[in-house]
Design a protein around this ligand. Structure first.
Ligand code: C5P
Length: 223
């Protein structure tokens, strides 16, 4: 039958990417990082000198970038107009502008359509797909077989993210995460929200492998 969809939402630094890749690898599923798509859109806007705070200008350009995602969990890729932007989309500049770009409805409309196409193709062609983001359980794939809301304390999230970006300033990281979460949770269109029907998984005291095992267990139960 058609492949399984596992939807994982949560705030920045909750461990979505590591967990999603680990679960996909464990079950031979594909993996889609939707945050990377919003980052790729943001990178393109900055590269083409579109003012990211001008929602009309962003909306007018939203159809232009050609974004291509590679969904192998052991080597996920992201390209914009044929250029590998895997590193470029992780800069401070992109990170601090992505919430403004992702709040623009025309951006979301286009990327959600692409995400649904990728999910539909993966369901036909492989065992399943793990999709991570902010609105996957609510908007992109509300019918997913497994829906998870991943959380962790602000301290745990800041500690993890500081390690990833190799900074000692955990307090500054914590402030930046809090700001991005506030913007992502308060926007009009598809805000990050925790709904009743997604299972909350609090990961502060858990190791990555433990979290992966829990989600794989839920997937096996749902299969
Ligand atoms: O997951 P990541 O931190 O890379 O996401 C970057 C940004 O992309 C988020 O802060 C949010 O503004 C946006 N995003 C979104 N909807 C998604 C995934 C990410 O709005 N499904």
């Amino acid at each position: 039958g058609p492949g399984m969809v596992i939807a994982i939402d949560g705030p920045s630094g909750s461990g979505k990417s590591s967990t999603s890749k680990g679960v996909a690898a464990a079950r031979g599923f594909e993996y889609l990082d939707t945050g990377a798509m919003y980052r790729a859109m943001t990178w393109w806007m900055m590269h083409h000198r579109v003012d990211v705070d001008d929602a009309e200008a962003v909306a007018a350009a939203a159809s232009r970038p050609v974004i291509t995602m590679g969904t192998d969990p052991s080597a996920p890729t992201v390209q914009v107009d044929g250029t590998d932007v895997a590193q470029a989309i992780r800069t401070q500049e992109v990170t601090s502008s992505v919430s403004a770009v992702s709040a623009v409805p025309a951006v979301r409309e286009r990327l959600v359509a692409m995400q649904r196409d990728t999910i539909a193709r993966a369901r036909r062609e492989s065992g399943g797909i793990v999709v991570e983001g902010r609105d996957i359980t609510t908007v992109v794939a509300p019918d997913a077989a497994v829906k998870i809301y991943l959380t962790a304390s602000a301290e745990a999230r800041a500690a993890r993210r500081s390690k990833e970006v190799r900074t000692d300033d955990v307090e500054a990281t914590k402030r930046a995460l809090a700001l991005r979460d506030r913007l992502d949770s308060s926007r009009e269109d598809s805000p990050l929200t925790q709904t009743e029907d997604a299972l909350e998984l609090e990961t502060s005291g858990l190791g990555l492998q433990e979290v992966i095992d829990i989600v794989v267990g839920l997937a096996d139960e749902a299969a």
